[in-house]
Design a protein around this ligand. Structure first.
Ligand code: SAM
Length: 261
């Protein structure tokens, strides 16, 4: 493959990922729209409504959520909106964490446009999902989200174990990620052609950064199938309902959920 990925060590992978996201931070939001034809917005809206944040807060105690690899804030901002507007519940707290300070800086900047009451529900944390820092305590969270982040982690089982550790019993792990279109050969052919030819080219033209976008495409290719990833979630100790996942747009993306027993 492009970066000879199979041969690189975990720390080399981490450096590579850091490089990719430092260089794409500024163009990241624009590129998401180009690459997915805007569809990532619909997936994110659906992901957040399906989690219904703010619906179940016990009186007094805020519902605590951690958006891991939260980058530029797309998921957290939707969760705030959903909780405040749909559930009329301002009593939540969301920590946006990311390993990359450039992505967090873009998120912080964007959060300044939110209403003040939303901003007071937010905090930002530079953290590696595989080794969350001590301020995220065991059994402390109601909801852990990770959206289009986990496929970049060097050690996915370690990140799942951390998710399990920090969630309360009954707390929910929820992941939105690119997945496999195996059941629809025609859609799969079109999608593969789009991702392997068009995305690196768009990356080159719009962000002058072909390599980073080539990396993103290859990281999708390497990520496990829906069933395999569900099994990894179960191996980390989570309980799943039904198949444990929901396909979006024929499996181009999928939502996985697990509940800590
Ligand atoms: N969640 C956002 C979204 O849905 O648009 C951003 C996703 S962005 C494609 C992936 C993010 O994962 C980047 O911000 C990157 O810095 C972060 N990331 C990569 N490896 C990480 C790790 N080990 N721990 C935490 N974040 C990581």
């Amino acid at each position: 493959t492009h970066f000879g990925y199979e041969k690189v060590t975990e720390s080399e992978k981490q450096d590579r990922v850091a490089g990719v996201f430092s260089s794409v931070a500024e163009s990241y939001d624009k590129m998401n729209d180009f690459m997915s034809l805007g569809i990532h917005r619909l997936w994110k809206d659906h992901f957040v409504s399906s989690l219904n944040p703010g619906a179940t807060t016990p009186l007094g105690r805020p519902q605590r959520m951690l958006d891991v690899a939260g980058g530029t804030g797309d998921i957290a901002f939707r969760m705030l909106q959903h909780s405040h507007v749909r559930n009329g519940n301002p009593n939540i707290h969301i920590t946006i964490s990311d390993i990359n300070p450039n992505m967090l800086a873009v998120g912080k900047q964007r959060s300044l446009d939110l209403p003040a009451s939303y901003q007071s529900n937010l905090s930002f944390l530079e953290a590696n999902a595989e080794v969350l820092p001590p301020q995220i305590k065991d059994n402390s969270l109601d909801l852990y989200t990770v959206s289009f982040g986990i496929r970049n982690f060097s050690n996915i089982p370690a990140a799942l174990r951390e998710a399990y550790r920090v969630l309360k019993p009954g707390g929910v792990f929820a992941c939105l990620e690119f997945s496999k279109v195996d059941q629809y050969p025609l859609l799969n052919a079109i999608y593969k052609r789009w991702s392997f030819s068009a995305i690196p080219l768009i990356g080159q033209l719009v962000a002058a950064d072909r390599d980073s976008y080539q990396y993103l495409v290859e990281s999708i290719e390497r990520f496990p199938s829906q069933g395999h990833f569900r099994d990894m979630i179960v191996d980390a100790g989570f309980a799943v309902l039904g198949d444990g996942y929901e396909n979006l747009t024929g499996g181009i993306a999928a939502i996985h959920k697990g509940i800590k027993p």
